[in-house]
Every structure is written in structure tokens, then in C-alpha cells.
Ligand binder design. Sequence first.
Ligand code: SF4
Ligand code: SF4
Ligand code: FES
Length: 357
Amino acid sequence: MGVKRHFRVWRGDQAGGDLADFQVEVNEGEVVLDVIHRLQATQTPDLAVRWNCKAGKCGSCSMEINGKPQLGCMTRMSTFDEHETITVTPIRTFPVIRDLVTDVSFNYVRAREQPAFAPPAGLAPGEYRMQQVDVERSQEFRKCIECFLCQNTCHVIRDHEDNKRAFAGPRLFIRAAELDMHPLDARTDRKEFAQAYQGMGYCNITKCCTEVCPEHIKITDNAIIPMKERVVDRRYDPIVQLGRRIFRRDQLDDRAAEADVSGGTGVAAGVGAGVGGRVPAGGAASAAGTQAEVSTNWHHTAPPAPQGPAVRDDGRVNVSELLLDRSGAASPFGDDQEFPLPPDQLSYQHPTPPDEG
Ligand code: SF4
Ligand code: SF4
Ligand code: FES
């Protein structure tokens, strides 16, 4: 037999909204998402909430429960005091679409900017070989379910909308770290990319992202800090520091900028105009800010909108474009395959339902 509990749920859209009070039944063993579903079923059929798996694996049901960013499907009602009011609000860092549903497309735009895994030259898919220790090293980051609770929690963008132009966020930093640690990734500029284009320098290692990660990924300790250390390694190398004292700083920075633009560090060559251009937006930068303007692209323009894959004359998209956009990893089905697959190529078919009546 269930008991009635007091819930306060945010209702509204882009134009504004407020908390609405509900008394709703709660049964033993339920999670917050169960109660939201009961609200939908019994009192508020138009309450918007995003969810899919109800198993902590799809990352859809991110919300703030009593102010803490959590997955609704992984938050047990038994963790609250018996008479505690449960307040449920949408994640705050991203714009609300309606009620508990937010627009998280920022994360996908940022993900598309990140250069993909670059396979080693001369190896075909299926010929890659890695040591188990290398697999284990980056396996932690691949547990990410893209719930974006870390992104929501990070104060760099949670309270400063403007920073979204320059800061990709912890979820993208672990992706950069994963690729940087990948022994077969041919790119050597992952940390430079994270520093110059993803704004890793904004992170001041508060570890809030790590605290809320439902997959217990040690985002700060195992991804961000090692990446930062390797960036700092070069920038604050004592020999480089000495060189800076001997030469005039602006001469060194000019040379570094030239090297970057011509592909000297590998960043410009790979990332393209986004970093290679390095055009400071504020033309009247102060003398103190000049070095930062040249060596890091703090003021790059808004990230480009995602580009869709090329469409053929017949209006269809090549299958390989849908799966991976690199020629080295074509679709196992071939480019001319159309979906749905013919029945004889399926390894599983749903059983035909028995005739009704
Ligand atoms: S450790 Fe860095 S990325 Fe994580 S929440 Fe703090 S500032 Fe953001
Ligand atoms: S790193 Fe953790 S908190 Fe961030 S999106 Fe992935 S699973 Fe969610
Ligand atoms: S519904 Fe999939 S993680 Fe909560």
C-alpha cells in the first residue's frame, strides 16, 4: 500500500514557469521517475519528461532533485526522509523546452567539433591491435552515457551563458583524454585542441563534475588533470621559461603563432580555421591580454552548426555517411545497401503475432 508524498515539479517553457504542488502516491521500491510517471498517469498527462531505459543507461532522465543533478530513474524514493518534500526541476545549464525537458544540443554541437579517432595509416579496420592495459586505461571514459549531468553541474557554463562559446565542458574533455590516451590514434594534438579550442583552461578543478557522474567516471583526476599537466608541461617548461627571459616575449609568441598557423604544432593543420585562424575578436585587446589572445583562442566565434551528410541525387544518404563519415571505416553493409535490410540478411526477426480473433 502506497503513501502520499508531497512533490513540487517545475512546469513551464521558454517563456517562464513555476513549481506546481502535488500529492502523489509512492510505493515501496520506487524511484523518482516512477512517481513522475504516476503524476503523468493520474494528474498531469501533459507533463513533459524525457526518459528511455529506466535503467541508468540511456542518460535521458537527467533532472535536478532537491537541487542535486541526478538521474530520475536511479534516485530511490527510500533515500529521502519520510516527510521530505521532493522538488524536481529541469537541469539548469541548458534551455528549457518544456517542463523537465531541456535542449541539450549544445553538447552535440561541441561533440561534432572534436576531431574523430584517426586510424593509423596502413592499417585496415580489423587489423588494429592494442595492449589490454591500454584498453583498460580508456575504458573508464567509454562508460559515459551522455547524461550531461557533469555539463549541467560545471559552474563555468552553469552560471555563465557566455562561456558556452569558449568552453566545451567535462564530457568533451573525457572524450579528448580518451583519444589522447588511445595508442592507435594518429593525431598528436588532442591536448592542444582541448586547451585552445575546448577551453580546458577555464576548468579550475573543482571536481563537481566527478561528484555527479552516475557512471563514477573520475573526470577530473583521470582525464582533465592529466591533460592539463601535459599542456602545462610544455608551456611552463623551465627551459622555455628561460628562453622567454632571454628573448622578448612578443617575439616568442609571434613565432609560436606562426608555427601554429603553418601546422607546426599540429593543431592548426588538424582543426582548421577554428583554431588555426586564431583571430582575436576584440581588436582593442589590452597589452596584458595580448599574449592570451595569441596563444589561446578565448574569443573564437560561436561553434559552427552541425552539417548534415551529403545527399545523393535520389535524395538518399549513403549508408557509410550515416554510420561513420571516414572513408577508412565504410559501412559493413556497403554503400549501396538500403534499409530495411531484406529478411534473409537479418539475424533476428520478430515472431509473427498470432491472428487475433
Ligand atoms: S572540475 Fe572543471 S570541468 Fe569539472 S565541474 Fe569543475 S570546473 Fe567544471
Ligand atoms: S561523464 Fe558522467 S556525468 Fe558526464 S555525461 Fe558522461 S556519464 Fe554523464
Ligand atoms: S531513463 Fe535511461 S538513464 Fe534514466
